[in-house]
Ligand binder design. Structure first.
Ligand SMILES: Nc1ncnc2c1ncn2[C@@H]1O[C@H](COP(=O)(O)OP(=O)(O)O)[C@@H](O)[C@H]1O
Ligand SMILES: [Mg+2]
Length: 292
């Protein structure tokens, strides 16, 4: 019963909510799903219990961790519609420590079906709060829009991480995204923090890449780790595994391991090597300093 987010000290049982990170950018094809899947796998490889929630009707994160969308019985659609809890829709993956709440095409309809629900923007947040599985980190893969699904993700998130491809119009889209984040903070989630930008499909030989990267670094917090363009990252999804399980030595897999390390440095989680309380041993190490 003791999951990653449940700590037992003597007879005191402490539920620690997960740290929820939305991977968002309203532009398609910038590496949101690739980042969600590979960052989630890398965090799990660092022995954190991770839940990936696919918030995109395209379901690419779902198939990317090897779940056949045709076989899905419960998905994030059912969760948002109140037809089941998050835990009932959670499936294991081939990556130890990583579970997924899958998405299927019917998620497109959720936006319309929820239009009259007063709590439509915060349903995902409520579902995560009610989860008993005790994930330490929840990763939300957002769709390429700023509609209700992304609003739900940003309302549920503690932090937002933005994958960005270094191309000509990158900064323009970023301004729009920042305005949306500010609106979400004002309306639903005052605590939402901007975690930073991850430069994806980075091509160090391209001068435009350098120019855009420089401009972005001038204005925003940007992760030191950049993700290079790497064919292994685009091949791995067709094998239903993150790059770490497909080719762990590839530059893509190694970049996401580096990104996970950099992210973990800033997360208020207890170190893995922390000694466990003698009276009762939780499945994972105690997280006395975890976020409240
Ligand atoms: N670093 C990378 N190197 C090579 N291909 C990548 C990389 N990141 C993403 N891709 C590929 O680019 C396409 C779009 O990436 P994806 O993560 O699906 O973007 P999004 O979720 O933002 O739409 C996919 O085909 C993916 O495999
Ligand atoms: Mg995607």
């Amino acid at each position: 019963m003791d999951g990653g987010g449940v700590v037992v000290y003597g007879c005191e049982r402490v539920e620690v909510p997960p740290i929820t990170i939305a991977i968002a950018n309203q532009k398609g094809g910038v590496g949101k799903t690739t980042t969600s899947v590979n960052l989630a796998a890398s965090l799990a490889a660092a022995e954190r219990s991770v839940l990936l929630i696919d918030c995109d009707p395209q379901g690419n994160a779902t198939s990317g961790v090897g779940v056949d969308r045709r076989s899905v019985e419960r998905s994030v659609y059912d969760v948002l519609l109140g037809q089941c809890g998050l835990d009932e829709a959670t499936l294991p993956t081939r990556v130890p420590g990583l579970s997924i709440v899958p998405a299927t095409q019917d998620l497109v309809a959720a936006e319309l079906e929820l239009v009259d629900a007063p709590d439509r923007a915060t349903r995902l947040r409520d579902a995560i709060a009610a989860s008993q599985r005790g994930a330490e980190i929840v990763i939300l893969d957002c769709p390429p829009s700023l509609g209700l699904l992304t609003v739900n993700a940003l309302s549920a998130a503690d932090r937002v991480l933005v994958p960005l491809q270094c191309e000509f119009y990158a900064l323009e889209g970023l301004t729009h995204l920042m305005a949306t984040i500010d609106r979400i903070k004002a309306a639903y989630n005052a605590e939402l923090a901007f975690e930073g930008i991850v430069l994806t499909m980075y091509d160090g030989r391209n001068s435009l890449t350098h120019e855009v990267a420089e401009q972005v670094r001038e204005h925003f917090r940007v992760f030191t780790t950049v993700v290079p363009r790497n064919v292994r990252l685009s091949e791995a999804p067709s094998h239903g595994v993150p790059a770490l399980l497909y080719d762990a030595q590839s530059r893509g897999a190694q970049a996401y391991l580096g990104l996970a390390r950099e992210l973990l440095e800033g997360l208020p989680l207890a170190p893995r090597e922390a000694p466990r309380p003698a009276a009762s041993k939780p499945a994972r190490g105690p997280k006395a300093e975890a976020k409240v």
